[in-house]
Write a protein that binds this ligand. Sequence first.
Ligand code: GLV
Ligand code: MN
Ligand code: MN
Length: 428
Amino acid sequence: MDIVNCASGRDFIERAARLARHSDSPDHYTRTYLTRAHRAAAAEIAQYMRDSGMAVRTDAVGSVIGRYEAAAPGARTLLMGSHFDSVRNGGRFDGVMGILVPIACVERLHAAGRRLPVALEVAAFADEEGARFQTSFLASRAMVRGSASLAGLLDRRDADGVALGDAMREAGLDPAAADAQRLDPRSLAAYVEVHIEQGPVLLQEGRALGVVTSIAAGLRYLVKVRGEAGHAGTVPMPMRRDALAAAAEMVVEAEKRCSAGGSLVGTVGVLRVKDATANVIPGEVEFTLDVRAADGKAHFAAAREVLASCAAIAKRRGVRVEHAKTHEVPAVPCAPWLQDRIAASIERTLGDGEARRLPSGAGHDAMILAEVTDVAMMFVRCGAGGVSHNPAETVSAEDAQAAIDALSDFLEGFEGKSEERRAKSEEK
Ligand code: GLV
Ligand code: MN
Ligand code: MN
């Protein structure tokens, strides 16, 4: 392809920095669903899309979608994208990379006056991390499954008591419209997500890019422990039913069980003490339990055993424990034919031998898109030791450039009517 000198790795870094200024906090980067900062970021992303020659629409849940038409009408659509919400005090490239890299590729095509045999769409998903309303993959689920995916969520409240449904209405969104906007699987050629690796593998091996083989399965629970609140100075130790001390034992038990090896991992990321006060014995505590495994199986037994241990700990300590499953995703394989194409593009771009293939321990919107089309992911080296979900998360301009070049190469060779393509709609 004629390389037009725009949309460089340096532009990418600058755009990511500008987008990161749209934060819920003045002190760090946190962008949660439908806050003022989130809506400002959506507007800026829409502008980048328009500037690169795309027609832009916003869907029922606030995702921003840019479309670059194919050379001829009637072509299928190659969908690319990722999310623009973040975890609290997170890194500026998580999600945003999978939006800005494909926009840069479209910008190059547009500057060269070129169109491809497939239409290109870039979806900036409004909510994937779900940090505000505890709603993982809300936006990609709405795009794939329609309003049914939102039904049980609209009453959920954020930390200030604002209901999700009210936040959507206040932002001018209509959750019911998600049905009319559901993706038509027959129109799709594939879904491709570019993402920062969020781990140290590529960094340690000195590689800028990698191909994802599969995405790990995950389970999440909300666990509630109820003991008895009491005076910190007067209740003798043997008479206490301390919900926090019980929860602490449960957290350590989860860590122990999930350290069994392989790809199994387990995390307690939230622990809340109700009415927490220094001179009150904690009466009620809730915590989250997130368990994952790349093999798609080991997490089930681990979660079951951790929850059984929680029940045993509660019994011994005279407290009550209950749990509710809040999230479940199966492991998702990336389509082999797409993996091969991405690998070939990486090999042509980097010229340093066979592309590294690696699994993803993190969840991605691709897991949801896999319900309706073949999916693939390209990983980009994560600097600073491979840390992510952390403000230290970083990517170099050179690696971003390599990602733009490799994705451009992939797009150039993508006809959207390959014999290899296995659109899931056609199997049914
Ligand atoms: C998303 O970042 C996840 O893996 O939880
Ligand atoms: Mn993330
Ligand atoms: Mn992400």
